[in-house]
Design a protein around this ligand. Structure first.
Ligand SMILES: [Zn+2]
Length: 175
């Protein structure tokens, strides 16, 4: 079964990976993930980073959270994908070096598409769709300075996004 193991026991931490596809030489293209289960199963918060392979800070944020958080103080499940585009990450490139595509523009992806479209498909269907909330961590590109700010899409029937974004930064907010 090539599905993330999200439903784990109370207080448990699980680290795993799922395979999206393989390269021409048989090298698997994977999505690594971490799960931390609190005292309740829901809500499920998805945290992900390195959707652009040269944006590294979010990887460290996720790594530190999993080192420091006590699952018994969590009321839900923390699901994290520290590196979404592993090919671009290895190349320290914004786009995927194999097909030259920007993963951030390809959702919901294609099951039988190019390598980046397949990563988008698996990430969207196996992680994003299973979460109640999500935070997609980005940083400025190499050599660029980016003022920290949340970007949100406010849906007419769903206001918590705005509340969460304001909790992160009240001065700079893109919607
Ligand atoms: Zn980015």
């Amino acid at each position: 079964m090539n599905e993330p193991k999200i439903n784990i026991g109370v207080g448990e931490i699980h680290r795993g990976k799922i395979e999206c596809t393989e390269l021409e030489d048989g090298t698997p293209v994977i999505l690594p993930y971490f799960v931390m289960r609190g005292v309740r199963r829901r809500p499920i918060l998805l945290l992900n980073a390195a959707l652009h392979g040269d944006e590294l800070n979010g990887i460290e944020v996720i790594t530190r959270l999993f080192e420091k958080l006590n699952p018994m103080k969590l009321h839900g499940t923390l699901l994290a994908v520290p590196v979404v585009n592993t090919l671009a990450f290895r190349a320290r490139s914004r786009v995927d070096p194999v097909d030259g595509k920007n993963l951030n523009r390809l959702f919901p992806g294609k099951k039988e598409g190019t390598v980046t479209e397949r990563i988008a498909y698996h990430f969207f269907h196996k992680f994003v769709k299973k979460a109640d909330f999500g935070i997609d961590l980005h940083t400025g590109m190499k050599g660029h300075l980016l003022v920290p700010h949340p970007r949100i899409r406010v849906l007419p029937d769903f206001s918590p996004s705005l509340e969460h974004a304001r909790a992160l930064n009240r001065n700079h907010l893109l919607s």
